[in-house]
Design a binder for this molecule. Structure first.
Ligand code: GUN
Length: 294
């Protein structure tokens, strides 16, 4: 039987609509208009596209967008000074420094310089630390794993007691995803390039999150029948039949796995749209908190 397709585009549209409604309510009550500052350093084409999409989403939802673009040659001090000025700017409720930064810049120091209250990406070590600790709550959760969790929740997955396997251990997706699943009472295994007998480990998963960046790596016979499969991968592969000569595929061999899984996210149209939706949600939450604390 073919798996249910989890429609990330539709769920992301719902989250964006909820965020837009929350902006209207906040402003109508005399609160601040939420503001998001994006910091792009250098000319990485993919990063430019991502930042552009984030700015457009802000405009669509009534969130103010403050775009900052520094050259590839920007120094550590220039990037940190910009973050520092955004920390002090009352119109800015969220600060997003697009990663990766150009070689030579110290990512950890830049992320450390973002005010905890404006860390909408949730990458500040204190927010990640709180995510990892029992009884503590981060102010923000990294957007892509947060989006993946919302897809699981809104498509009816039971997390408590489930065997969850996360394929990949990146700072941006894999590791925070594993922490989020543990917080939701799943039993979590993290797999990576050194895991032995990967298919056997993945076959135990009631919930599989693939975030490894290897096109169509997870095959149909690796997946437990009925499992929830969340594919975070976005990989460009050559395809001479397409006008552009390429197409996007995930980390999961979709056509094979959909015949085994119970529910699966497509690529594109699965996790991808959720990242920006959760960023918008986080920015509105940040603005709401300043309204409460003032
Ligand atoms: N690069 C890839 N994903 C992300 C993300 O979620 N946030 C930021 N800031 N950079 C990224």
């Amino acid at each position: 039987m073919s798996a249910r397709i989890i429609d990330g585009k539709a769920i992301a549209a719902d989250i964006r609509q909820e965020a837009a409604e929350a902006v209207r309510t906040l402003v109508a009550a005399g609160g601040p208009r939420p503001g998001l500052a994006t910091v792009l350093v250098g000319e990485d084409p993919a990063s430019r596209v991502y930042v552009g999409s984030k700015q457009r989403a802000c405009e669509e939802l009534g969130i103010e967008s403050f775009g900052h673009h520094l050259p590839t040659t920007a120094s550590q001090a220039e990037v940190e000074d910009l973050v520092c000025s955004l920390n002090a700017d009352q119109r800015v409720h969220g600060i997003l420094v697009q990663l990766p930064l150009p070689a030579g810049l110290d990512e950890e120091r830049v992320l450390n310089s973002i005010s905890l209250e404006k860390d909408v990406d949730g990458f500040h070590p204190l927010n990640i630390g709180r995510l990892a600790q029992k009884g503590r709550d981060p102010l923000f959760i990294p957007c892509t794993p947060h989006g993946a969790l919302v897809l699981l929740e809104r498509s009816g997955a039971t997390l408590r007691g489930a065997n969850a396997v996360v394929l990949g251990r990146s700072n941006i997706v894999g590791m925070p995803m594993a922490l989020l699943l543990v917080r939701n009472d799943a039993t979590v295994t993290i797999c990576h390039s050194r895991t032995s007998d990967l298919p056997a480990v993945i076959r135990q998963a009631d919930i599989l999150v693939a975030a490894v960046g290897r096109p169509e790596m997870v095959r149909g016979d690796w997946v437990k029948p009925g499992a929830y499969v969340i594919d975070v991968g976005i990989n460009r592969v050559e395809d001479a039949t397409r006008p552009k000569g390429c197409r996007l595929v995930g980390d999961v061999a979709f056509e094979e796995v959909k015949e085994v899984a119970g529910a699966i996210t497509p690529v594109p149209g699965g996790v991808g749209p959720m990242t920006i939706a959760m960023l918008m949600h986080g920015t509105v939450e940040a603005a709401k908190r300043t309204a409460i604390s003032n």
